[in-house]
Ligand binder design. Sequence first.
Ligand SMILES: [Zn+2]
Ligand SMILES: [Zn+2]
Length: 341
Amino acid sequence: MKAVVLHEVGPAENLITEAEWPRPSVQPGRVTVRVRAAGVCYRDVIDRLGGFPYMKRPIIPGHEIAGEVVEVGDGVEDFAVGDRVVNLHRGACGECEYCRAGHEPRCMRQPYAVGLTIDGGYAEYALLPASCLVALPARVPFEKACFLACTAGVALRGLRGHARLDRGQTVLITGASGGVGLHAIQVARALGARVVAVTSSQAKVDSLRARGAEEVVVSTDLAFHKQVKQLTGGVDVAFDCVGEPTLNASVRSLKPMGRCVVAGNVTVSRFELNPGLMILNELSLSGTSACSRRDLEQVLDWVTEGAIEPVLDEVLDLDDAVKAHRRLESRGVTGRLVLKP
Ligand SMILES: [Zn+2]
Ligand SMILES: [Zn+2]
């Protein structure tokens, strides 16, 4: 089969297109998926550069996969040949305290990670554990489905799970024009919340409004909390897709008992927190990193109903994996790049 293979970590050119890479044979508990779309996520760039020391090599990268089941291993009961599927990124044992509570992204055993410890989606076929697959409704195209877990799913876990965002509440979203941000606006709207988006670029204002932001704050000095407070009196929830540069102003935008959830770390640096502000206003701060089965199923329902429109930048051939990684590194992407093997 054709596959893009990373033999050694390093620059984008290390993604080698192999015309005759061995097609995996099906195994018990697993299914072979004919990959119809594979999302190219910024985390793929980080992994390619060596960000995950336990990554197997050679590896077929790509943790965002949508396709059709073509072979079913012994013991698989929930999927049959021809089923359309999309994947969760990490395995879950189903038995530990986190799994039992519905937090399978936090599974203590994490038996595998797609695109890291087992081969991923930059190939014509992927052998995936049936336990990571979710049925994909016919009305959601493969190229719009593959990246939903990593964008809208992450936003839903953060907004509904960690921040307990409720109907009628107000949410601030920073980094709103990024991949997670553009989906977080729509998820927040689907949850019945009012959205205030923060962006550094005047040129992005119209597109953020079109996605559902009621207010857009253009901020270049990162002191946007003043404008947010003026507009709203303080938000119930801040969903921060940036990290250190915006976190302080995100926390300061909260009203008493507000919740800040951080989903981005673009500069990989620390930020200062004022404990007095946290105590006086009884604020909370949490992180969010993944998507549960329940989250992804909800997102797929919303996409089917038209409540969320997945934001796709461009569909590229599998041969263009290097180009896709270079485009991501140059930060010129709005929405997701998708490879079509
Ligand atoms: Zn991803
Ligand atoms: Zn578990």
